[in-house]
Structure formats: structure tokens, C-alpha cells
Ligand binder design. Structure first.
Ligand SMILES: [Fe+2]
Ligand SMILES: [Fe+2]
Length: 193
């Protein structure tokens, strides 16, 4: 990263953006692998959820990358090999990752960006934080269904999820005219199955 091009006051914000970019890039890789495993486990609805969340993480990564470049940095991430287990365990791993981002990572990064009044960074962190909450809710629901042996529920059959192309907000059904997080028009949402 060409550190000399980054204004001193933005150094920590850029460091956080890079950490978030790396996290989101790896989450995308992880969920993509988990989707393949879920299909093999005949949990096609869970596979659809993993694919939708993977798409959302890709949106977060590119939003973060845009701000990194605006601040004079360069987005790069090391993608780690993915370890897949049973789909139930993969769902729990995914939920754990989302919880970490919701409870510690994004609130801390947001706070730091606020200190420097960096509105572009605040926006990309906030959008990701709010979208991760939708993933955590959907993963929790899927875990309860798999643990409850509800093989006839939505986790079993491939289904549509709706992903906001701007912020990654993810929903199991069309909700309103606009994305509740970023105000994007609902008709622009991507349908991921
Ligand atoms: Fe997520
Ligand atoms: Fe959105």
C-alpha cells in the first residue's frame, strides 16, 4: 500500500477499511464454499442463503474498496483456504463471523471513522453493519430449523433471497418500496437463489 499517499489523519481509517475489505472478501469465499456443501447436504434453502449472503459480502467488499481508493490506498486481501464441515456447523461458523462484525468490528470502525468525520467510511461501515444484522437473523433462523429437524422447512428447498445491490441488505421476501438501510429502490434488488 502506498502509505505516503494517505493523509496522516486517514491512516487508521484506511487500516480499518483494509481489515474490513479482507474480512468481507474471505466471508464471500467462505459462504460460496458453504453453499456447495449445503447443496450436497440437501439443504438447498440454506445453500440459497449462503449464496445471497456471499453476494452481499462482495458488495460490502467493493464498497470498502471504493473508499480505500478515495483515501489514496489500495485494496488487497489475502484469501484463506476454506474449511467446510457439516452445514449445521458451517451455519454456526457463519453466524459467529456475523456476530463478531456486528458486536465489535463495525462498531469500533464506525467510531474511529466518526472521530475523523470521515463520512464515506462511516457510510460503508454502517451499511455493512446493518446488512450483517439481516444475515445474523437469517442464519439463526436456519440453525434453529436444522437443529429442530425441520427438513420440510425453507432450509430444504432452494428459494429466492433479495439482496440490495447498494448495501447488501438481505431479505427473504420483498419488504417495502425502498431498502430500509440505504433507500435503494426495491426493484433494483438482486434475486439470488
Ligand atoms: Fe454478512
Ligand atoms: Fe440497501
Amino acid at each position: 500500500m502506498p502509505v505516503h499517499e494517505i493523509a496522516q489523519g486517514n491512516a487508521l481509517t484506511v487500516k480499518n477499511l483494509l481489515a474490513a475489505f479482507e474480512g468481507e472478501s474471505n466471508a464471500h469465499a467462505k459462504y460460496t464454499a458453504f453453499a456447495v456443501k449445503a447443496d450436497a447436504d440437501k439443504l438447498h434453502g440454506a445453500a440459497s442463503l449462503f449464496r445471497a449472503a456471499a453476494r452481499a459480502e462482495q458488495i460490502h467488499a467493493s464498497n470498502h474498496a471504493r473508499v480505500i481508493r478515495q483515501l489514496g490506498g489500495e485494496a488487497h486481501a489475502e484469501i484463506h483456504a476454506v474449511e467446510t464441515k457439516s452445514t449445521l456447523e458451517n451455519l454456526k461458523t457463519a453466524l459467529g463471523g456475523e456476530q463478531y462484525e456486528i458486536d465489535s468490528m463495525y462498531p469500533e470502525f464506525l467510531e474511529e471513522a466518526k472521530t475523523h468525520d470521515n463520512t464515506a467510511a462511516m457510510r460503508t461501515f454502517n451499511w455493512a453493519l446493518e446488512a450483517e444484522k439481516t444475515h445474523a437473523r437469517l442464519y439463526s433462523e436456519a440453525i434453529a430449523l436444522v437443529e429442530g429437524g425441520k427438513a420440510d422447512s425453507w432450509v430444504a428447498a432452494a428459494r429466492d433471497f433479495y439482496v440490495c445491490p447498494a448495501c447488501g441488505y438481505t431479505s427473504e421476501e420483498p419488504e417495502a418500496e425502498r431498502c430500509p438501510v440505504c433507500n435503494c429502490a426495491w426493484e433494483k434488488f438482486e434475486v439470488i437463489r
